[in-house]
Write a protein that binds this ligand. Sequence first.
Ligand SMILES: [Zn+2]
Length: 418
Amino acid sequence: VSLAVRNAALDGDAIGLRVEDDRITAIGSGVEPESGDEVIDAAGMAVVPGLVNGHTHAAMTLMRGYGGDLPLMQWLQDKIFPVEAKLTADDVYWGTRLACVEMIRSGTVRFWDMYWQPEAVARAVQDAGIRASVALPLVDGLDAGKSDALRAAAERSLDALADAGPRVTPTLGPHSIYLVSEKSLHWIAEMSSERDLRVHIHLSETEGEIHDCLTAHGVRPAPYLDRIGLLTPRTHLAHGVWLDDDELELVGARGSTIVTNPVSNLKLAVGRVFSYAKARAHGIPVGLGTDGASSNNSLDLFQDMKHLALVQKHVERNPAAMPATEAWAVATGQRAPALGQSARLGVGEPADFLLVQSDAPELTPGDLTANLVYAAAGSVVDTTVVAGRVLMRGSEIGDENEVRDGAIASARRLGVIA
Ligand SMILES: [Zn+2]
């Protein structure tokens, strides 16, 4: 399978690009299509790397807008948990497909997911053509007596995901230190080490979590995880909003990645802003995420990128605290290599890229990166290519209507909509 892009702008130059199978085989001025290539004429468009969504609960698209303005615990207990109790694999499949459509439309090429029925998530990812790290949420309700059963469930999910295909990476997903017992966190740390599996966990999202951790364990969340052996270069911490200076130093020393979710944090009113400058000063890799579609409520990472820049400028009282180039680097995974996405458009790199409508009004005139961060929404994306496959072209995705119908049928069955 081969693909050629003509007349695309790259850093101001008109270039061509060729893809064979899932890799870029040529890029630059003078690169022309060869016979047999699928050809895309990209006049009026710029080629840019794809975005990486570092923290999602993709199938929660089914619960988008459901009880969204309630306090966190009331929202979870009265709205979300009763619906999740009824979820089938089919529901998760269609919810994840809908999330993939939304992400492909807005330029995301890879996401890090934590949700129920991970086999259904993986099937949706394969069918959508996108890339994802997929984790079953590991939850034992702090009951060490349920730890062995949880371990068996984790083993089953890893076995089921083992053959899910090259674009799916099985991952361990302990939900949080407030829903997983210390006993379970210990075997999760061992399993991660023995099988070289990434660990995706929520950490220090709310102030209450800090108090509870201090009360239960005598230390704050980061040293608690470290004591268990779960703070490693394989660890991805979602949020990290309430990590203090000593904890950021510890996370940096251990090489763990933090994924910040500024829109979700603002919407759920967590009361603090993730310390990007301090995190980077301690050498911590940082990625960007949306969180679930019921706490954001969008999976358009362009919005999160803009909020990331604005919030960091605001809290630092310094417009230079997060330049557009830095926000773009975070959103494309360049500040967090462990997220697994190369943002380099070069020969031999995976063929994951976007064509954006650089003649769109919101990208005209001025600097492309500044406009992408501050002026654009995901709707400027015309074409999304992942692993050499064109998933969207001319802002159209082939089976989008079928996916929407499937997701609506699931939301109706679950009682989220009438
Ligand atoms: Zn989350």
